[in-house]
Write a protein that binds this ligand. Structure first.
Ligand code: ATP
Ligand code: MG
Length: 460
């Protein structure tokens, strides 16, 4: 059975209410029943005390000594509050019975021997019977006294009560079901409003947001969460668009240059040196494109999380010394120095190949953008477990600090200079750092050099 959410709420609360009401009704009926019959039973006990006194014993025979109790009106008449008395022997024979029993007998219940009460009938009259043992002077049981009193009044009250409860039970359920349906419909109206609003948001319409409900309840949080999701999707889509347009622009620029050069070469015959120079230029542009495509591929792999890592303990001091020797020639080209401010030994747990890629990117920036003849320093801050790559170049102003990690972002100076680069190095470095669980931040001020901080805090 497929129920709507609203009807499901009404259905489940209906079942819960039915069970609760049913239990309450049962308890109510039980209490009234118990009270009514306890009352009758105590009347029977009262009667038993009086009647027992009249039963006497002579030699082997049981007889009624004092007949006044048996002659009382209540044991004679059947109209007014009758009380029926009957004594039976062990063999079940009726020894005595009160006059109001006329031809009837109180039903003997052999299993009810001692002080037991039971509902029974005389003709169509409903009675309550009490059964008590009659003992001889030696304490041996010789018979049974049965006292019956009318339970007509209690039975009528209980019958009426049962009928009222049986009729009102389904009626109450019906009322409850309707009430909970209405309440549920009202309760989920804001949800339907949200659904309606969400439907109006088109496929490519990431600007729209869901209206927030007035009450700051769970629905408000749901709408907020969906809006935050829409916001993230919108930013993601924008980033993708930007990325596609940046990437095609970056690739088109060298391609246009190549095409222009080739057209110039085709126009007329040139001497060999001219050709060589132009072809070298074309090779340089092709290298640029290739380099950029490699970087884009690396970024794509990093973004799809398909970069395997091989984390192990490495001695950072040795590792950095090796790295520096790889840079010796290029440093000399720009008359730069690379110094190291490291303790005797530092151990870190990381993937050395990926760490080399990160540091190569940072050092290549310091080398490209740093001062000619300037200094690059690699230092280890033991307190915070940070590796810092700093240079004494032009620095990066606060306005650019966050953006340099974005894809294709380059400062205007770098873009207009002849310094090669696509603006991808730092975004790759940050992604690699993320893969290794390291933080990568920038501390810089314009004109005061740049420091990139690689944070090993959590990685040991
Ligand atoms: P790529 O690394 O892809 O070859 P790139 O070096 O231009 O190109 P990023 O490494 O991402 O790209 O750097 C982005 C920009 O940040 C650079 O273009 C430059 O403007 C600026 N920048 C980065 N490092 C430094 C630095 N040490 N000093 C000054 N500016 C820097
Ligand atoms: Mg770079």
């Amino acid at each position: 059975m497929k129920l709507s959410f609203r009807n499901r709420i009404a259905w489940f609360s209906g079942i819960a209410a039915a069970m609760t009401i049913g239990l309450v009704f049962l308890a109510l009926y039980g209490v009234v029943y118990w009270t009514a019959y306890r009352h009758l039973d105590s009347d029977i006990i009262q009667e038993k005390r009086e009647v027992m006194r009249s039963i006497q014993w002579r030699s082997d025979t049981l007889f009624i000594g004092d007949m006044t109790e048996w002659k009382e009106e209540e044991h004679q008449e059947i109209e007014v509050n009758p009380t029926f008395l009957q004594v039976i022997g062990l063999d079940g024979r009726v020894l005595f019975r009160s006059a109001n029993l006329q031809d009837d007998t109180l039903h003997d219940q052999p299993f009810l021997l001692a002080n037991q009460y039971v509902n029974s009938l005389i003709g169509i009259k409903r009675i309550r019977q009490g059964h008590f043992p009659v003992l001889d002077p030696a304490g041996e049981m010789v018979g049974q006294l049965i006292i019956g009193i009318s339970r007509e009044e209690s039975a009528i009250i209980l019958d009426n009560l049962r009928q009222v409860l049986l009729v009102s039970f389904p009626l109450m359920l019906l009322i409850l079901f309707v009430a909970t349906s209405i309440a549920a419909a009202k309760g989920i109206a804001p949800v339907q409003h949200l659904i309606h609003s969400a439907r109006t948001i088109g496929e490519a319409d990431f600007h729209s947001r869901l209206p927030l409900p007035e009450n700051r309840d769970e629905l408000y949080q749901l709408a907020m969460t969906i809006n935050a999701l829409l916001h993230r999707i919108e930013r993601g889509v924008q980033r993708e668009k930007q990325f596609t347009s940046d990437a095609s622009h970056e690739i088109r620029t060298p391609l246009t240059a190549i095409r222009g050069t080739l057209e110039v070469l085709l126009r007329k015959q040139r001497d060999r040196d001219y050709y060589e120079e132009k072809v070298r230029g074309v090779i340089h542009e092709v290298d640029r494109i290739q380099n950029m495509l490699d970087q884009l591929l690396q970024l794509a792999r990093l973004e799809h999380g398909s970069v395997p890592t091989n984390v192990r303990a490495i001695d950072l001091v040795h590792f950095l010394r090796d790295l520096r020797s790889d840079w010796t020639d290029r440093l000399q080209e720009r008359r730069m120095q690379m110094t190291m401010d490291l303790p005797a030994a530092v151990q870190v747990h990381t993937d050395p190949t990926l760490l080399t890629l990160i540091l190569d990117n940072l050092i290549s920036n310091a080398w490209k953008y740093g001062r000619e003849g300037g200094k690059i320093v690699l230092s280890w801050h033991a307190d915070h477990r940070q590796l810092v790559v700093s240079d004494d170049g032009p620095g990066i102003g606060a306005t650019h600090a966050a953006q340099v990690f974005e894809r294709f972002y380059r400062l205007d100076d770098s873009r207009s200079s002849s310094v090669p680069g696509a603006g991808l190095g730092l975004s790759i470095a940050r992604k690699l750092a993320e893969v290794l669980g390291l933080g990568l931040h920038l501390v810089s001020a314009e004109g005061e050099g740049t420091s990139f901080i690689l944070d090993f805090q959590d990685r040991g």
